[in-house]
Design a binder for this molecule. Sequence first.
Ligand code: NAP
Ligand code: GCO
Length: 263
Amino acid sequence: MQAFSLKGKTALITGASYGIGFAIATGLAKAGAKIAFNDINQELVDRGLAAYEAAGIEVRGYVCDVTDESAVQALVAAIERDIAPIDILVNNAGIIRRVPMHEMEEQVFRQVIDIDLIAPFIVAKAVLPGMMARRKGKIINICSLTSELGRETVSAYASAKGGLKMLTKNIASEYGQYNIQCNGIGPGYIATPQTAPLREKQPDGSPHPFDSFIVAKTPANRWGTPEDMMGPAVFLASEASDFVNGHILYVDGGILSYVGKQP
Ligand code: NAP
Ligand code: GCO
């Protein structure tokens, strides 16, 4: 179906050297998009370039700290120069710090908000003028099931992802008139380096209790994979979703809909 094609489109995926961002960039490329990605340092960019090459995906990689507005403005200009104006932005870069809130240093809380909420604002702000001029654009913010639910030790992260949900809805509200759609993808629990500590085997080789908990709490009875994000991202990046705006698409195996099995 032509509506799902991304031929002729240029996409920027932030923080996409590995994990969910890498999978989304790969999916968008397979749907026809030209891909640009950034990461925080040259080592990660080089690692990403090698991984994309191994996967047969043509990309351009850039070093850029998404919290640095002037660096982000320069990144957008470089992509326009090297490839083309950006049609699709995926705000994927993020961090998490797991600390009980009463023990969390203010600087750590601020760092998480900076990267997970303020940076998506900075990058979206950088691409919006071009999208407005062309009267067309797609912005996809990578939220989280913690945009809806909290848990111990993730106060900063959940606050950022809850804010990112509302930033998504506000961009949709303010820029829908320019035929710009802004939606979110809310992954559930996904097997990436970010969640590796939650899946580490116990010394006796048994599963991490949190691992068992998530598998039991997810109707799909499994952790998600980065590849599970590919199809939802292609949908939200394509013309197939031109009348979908301000929506957070939870890709969570059903965890947000399920009370959980009786232990
Ligand atoms: P991740 O470890 O969160 O990867 C994020 C990427 O962004 C990493 O390459 C990271 O670099 C990079 N990054 C961090 N700060 C940056 C900055 N200031 N500028 C540029 N790049 C920066 O891995 P992930 O699990 O694939 O997560 C991707 C996104 O999905 C994140 O937004 C995350 O919050 C979200 N998410 C993840 C899950 C999950 O279960 N894994 C679920 C829901 C949502 P470093 O390696 O140096 O940190
Ligand atoms: C955690 C996890 C989650 C996931 C994800 C869930 O510590 O609870 O890291 O926050 O990363 O965001 O959607």
